[in-house]
Design a protein around this ligand. Structure first.
Ligand SMILES: [Zn+2]
Length: 252
C-alpha cells in the first residue's frame, strides 16, 4: 500500500516538474523583455542599420592632371591611417563594433582635373567639388563599361556595413553615410599631420551618421569631442562624446 502511495506521489512530482520545464522552454510570455537584452551598435539615431561589423574599402583618388604627381607610399600611408582609425574605433565602442579594411591596389584616376574638385583648403569640409568626384565614382560602379576591378574588389559585403574611404590627391574633405574622404595632405603636410588621423576619423564618423557638433550659423564647435573641437587634436587625445555613442546604441 505504502509502495503504491510513493509510486503515485513520485509520478505526480515528475509530471509537475516536466510541465513547469515545458512552460519555461516553450511558452515564454512574448511580452516579457528578453532576459539578456544585447544592445546593438547602429547608425546614429537609426537602429535599423547595425554597424557592428564595418567593412571599409579604401581608395586613393587622383585628379587626371595629377596622375604624374602620385604620392609615393600612398598605400602604406592609407593602410597605417586605417589601422589607427580601427584601433580608436574599437576602444570607443569597447569592442562592440569592429572595422575590417582593405585598400584598392591602384590609384583611381578621376575624369577631371583637380581644379574641378578642389576646395580652397585641405580642411574645407563637405565640399561640393569632392562630392562630385564621388558621385562620378559611384556612377562608374553601376556602368557596365566601368571599372570591373573595382567592382570585384568591392564584392558583396553581406552582414557588414560598407563604407568607402577616399584619400584624395587635392584639397577638401567629405563625409556622408557610407562614405568618407580626406585630403592626402591632411595626413602628410606638417601643418595638419598632427591631427590628420582625427580628421580622417571625423569624416568616417559622418559615414556612421554622426553629425558635426557645431553651431550651424556661427560654425563654432559646440563640443570638445572629435565631432567638435577635437577634430583638430591628435587622435590619441580624442574621444567621441557619450551622448553620440549612446545615440548609436552603446550603453555605458
Ligand atoms: Zn564634419
Amino acid at each position: 500500500m505504502r509502495f503504491i502511495f510513493y509510486f503515485v506521489a513520485t509520478g505526480v512530482i515528475v509530471i509537475f516538474v516536466a510541465l513547469l520545464a515545458a512552460r519555461l522552454i516553450f511558452f515564454q510570455d512574448r511580452n516579457l523583455p528578453p532576459i539578456l537584452d544585447f544592445q546593438r551598435i547602429h547608425l546614429y539615431k537609426n537602429p535599423t542599420t547595425v554597424v557592428e561589423n564595418v567593412r571599409v574599402f579604401a581608395f586613393y583618388a587622383v585628379p587626371s592632371d595629377r596622375a604624374e604627381a602620385i604620392y609615393p607610399g600612398w598605400r602604406d600611408l592609407l593602410f597605417e591611417a586605417l589601422q589607427r582609425l580601427s584601433r580608436f574605433h574599437e576602444i570607443q565602442f569597447v569592442g562592440k563594433s569592429h572595422i575590417q579594411y582593405d585598400v584598392f591596389p591602384e590609384p583611381i584616376i578621376l575624369d577631371d582635373e583637380g581644379g574641378a574638385y578642389d576646395a580652397a583648403s585641405p580642411l574645407d569640409e563637405h565640399h561640393v567639388g569632392l562630392r562630385r568626384a564621388f558621385e562620378e565614382f559611384e556612377r562608374e560602379l553601376t556602368d557596365p563599361a566601368g571599372n570591373d576591378k573595382v567592382r570585384k574588389f568591392l564584392g558583396t559585403s553581406r552582414d557588414q556595413y560598407r563604407t568607402l574611404v577616399f584619400l584624395y590627391e587635392g584639397a577638401g574633405a567629405y563625409g556622408k553615410e557610407g562614405l568618407a574622404a580626406i585630403s592626402r595632405r591632411a595626413l602628410t603636410d606638417s601643418r595638419y599631420s598632427a591631427f590628420g588621423d582625427s580628421w580622417l576619423y571625423h569624416q568616417f564618423a559622418h559615414a556612421l551618421g554622426l553629425p558635426d557638433q557645431q553651431d550651424s550659423t556661427t560654425g563654432l564647435a559646440t563640443s570638445d569631442d572629435i565631432m567638435g573641437l577635437g577634430r583638430h587634436r591628435p587622435l590619441d587625445l580624442n574621444y567621441i562624446a557619450p551622448e553620440l555613442t549612446r545615440g548609436m546604441g552603446l550603453v555605458e
